[in-house]
Design a protein around this ligand. Structure first.
Ligand code: PMP
Length: 436
């Protein structure tokens, strides 16, 4: 399969050989590297990608969930054009669009009573953490094995990778329903916050259990910690984000994190990060001293700068994307299609050494486990157990064959559906899996 790959992609190979002379490994985004060389894409149209050797693919990566609106949505394109022609780029001043966009977000995610914009999901999480540290006067943060919160906030192998200070973290076990309460109470007065994904995305699309996530919410409240839910990836899984679907069986209420972080698709494909939550917390950024709504009744304790925080493209296109493109109806429909697709995929994995986990239109094929192991993963979530069964050779063979058949999937087996993708297109992928 690898030989055929080399033969079919000479232009990609040439471009890679040139790039390695200027970019380390020819690459500026680690996740996109593939041996022997990555495929270079030329362009995207809707849910299709065309590479530099002229091959066309059904895009099942969907820009790792950020590309849910597709590559050439006409409403998004018009919003980009009208912003650049009527408004101009980044005015270096406050504009009306930022409050309108924020209001649109709050309508969907009511726990975000006040919010601020930045430029990436990584940045949103970094700001959320500084806010929690300032509000509590504490330093450490509880995160979970398999968690991914950005390029400098990675815990995929159970330890802090690329983070600024390795001593800042307490790394717990994801979905450890029993242990998490103790973990939080043991760190009372030490940890400022718990930072968690409702479904671990880069960690393999492992859904968090209702009990685990509600235990975090309850225990953080009881122990003076801030509950930060990273919805950078998961907010696309329901109109109100994953938090709106995780209902406490006793109180009958959805999750209400103190702070939520967003990014990826939320500005229709423009660069974006958002952090928001309880208004008392966000008031630490209120620049008006002694104002009514400044609950702290003192000058802003924190400054939040950033040249592109309110850039006109992200603000305008984001508003349009949430109002007219990735609407609640479109979101619900796409995730229902994703639930159907994942179940069909799981059925085809029966009796093989593959399994599938995920929520709605975002899922991950795991290689080397079995169907039963997959169901077990949902219960015990232990990343190390999953790694111990991980068969990267099987994963590689699957990836090479998928690409050859015109299906663009992430090398690690992740799939994120783009709006407009049809059941017939997905059926094509299911048939491929059946044949393989
Ligand atoms: N949090 C989660 C859950 C993510 O999946 C990602 C991106 N994969 C990030 C944060 C970081 O976002 P960005 O790449 O925009 O910095």
């Amino acid at each position: 399969a690898e030989n055929r790959y080399r033969q079919n992609h000479p232009n990609s190979q040439n471009l890679h050989e040139k790039a390695i002379g200027i970019l380390p490994g020819g690459n500026t985004r680690s996740v996109l590297h593939t041996d022997p060389f990555p495929i270079y894409m030329d362009r995207g149209e809707g849910n299709r990608l065309i590479d530099v050797d002229g091959h066309e693919y059904l895009d099942l990566v969907g820009e790792m969930t950020a590309g849910v609106c597709g590559h050439s949505n006409p409403i998004i394109r018009d919003a980009i054009i009208s912003t650049t022609t009527k408004t101009g780029l980044n005015l270096g001043a406050t504009t009306a669009a930022e409050a309108s966009f924020a209001e649109k977000i709050r309508n969907r995610f009511p726990s975000m009573e006040r919010m601020r914009f930045c430029n990436s999901g990584t940045e949103a999480n970094l700001y959320a953490l500084s806010l929690a540290r300032q509000a509590t006067g504490l330093n450490k943060v509880i995160v979970f094995n398999g968690g991914y919160h950005g390029g400098v906030l990675m815990f995929l192998h159970g330890v802090a990778e690329n983070t600024v200070d390795k001593n800042d973290w307490v790394v717990g076990t994801y979905n450890d329903e029993e242990g998490v309460q103790r973990l939080i109470s043991d760190n009372k007065g030490i940890a400022a916050a718990v930072l968690v994904e409702g479904m671990q995305g880069a960690g393999g699309c492992i859904p968090g259990s209702v009990k685990f996530l509600h235990s975090i919410q309850k225990a953080t409240k009881e122990n003076g910690m801030i509950f930060i839910m990273d919805e950078v990836m998961t907010s696309r899984l329901a109109p109100g984000g994953l938090q709106s679907t995780i209902i406490d069986p006793q109180g009958n209420a959805p999750l209400k994190p103190d702070i939520t972080t967003l990014g990826k698709y939320i500005a229709g494909g423009m660069t974006i990060g958002v952090f928001g939550g309880r208004k008392e917390l966000l008031s630490l950024y209120d620049p008006r001293p002694f104002s009514e709504s400044n609950v702290q009744k003192q000058p802003a304790q924190m400054s939040h700068s950033g040249t592109f925080n309110n850039n006109t493209l992200a603000m305008h296109v984001g508003l349009v994307a949430l109002s007219a493109v990735y609407t609640p109806e479109v979101c619900t429909k796409l995730n229902a299609l994703g639930d159907w697709f994942r179940q069909e995929l799981l059925d085809r994995c029966r009796g093989t050494r593959m399994t599938v986990t995920g929520v709605g239109a975002v899922c991950n094929i795991h290689f080397g486990g079995s169907h039963e192991d997959g169901l077990e993963i949902l219960r015990i979530e232990d990343l190390n157990a999953r790694r111990s069964i991980d068969d990267s050779v099987l994963g590689d063979i699957f990836w090479f064959r998928a690409v050859q058949k015109g299906f663009w999937i992430a090398r690690r087996g992740m799939l994120a559906l783009t709006m407009g993708t049809t059941r017939a297109e997905l059926q094509g992928f299911l048939d491929f899996v059946e044949d393989i």
